[in-house]
Write a protein that binds this ligand. Structure first.
Ligand SMILES: [Zn+2]
Length: 66
């Protein structure tokens, strides 16, 4: 369990970093493996990707439909 907790911290760090830089192959694989095993981090990844996607929109819609 401790390893998983440590990985969650690492995963969160990688998720954040992946938003502004391209991760190395090893980091991407690690993150992918972790996300496939960890629902929590998969959620975080989804939320952050969604958020950064919204922030990249030039004119964000007032009411997101999905
Ligand atoms: Zn995790």
């Amino acid at each position: 369990m401790n390893e998983i907790l440590y990985s969650c911290r690492k995963a969160a760090e990688l998720i954040t970093r992946s938003q502004d830089e391209r991760l190395g192959l090893l980091d991407r694989v690690r993150l992918k493996v972790h996300l496939s095993m960890c629902g929590n981090c998969a959620n975080v990844d989804r939320q952050i990707s969604q958020m950064s996607k919204m922030m990249r929109e030039p004119e964000p819609a007032e009411a997101p439909t999905d």
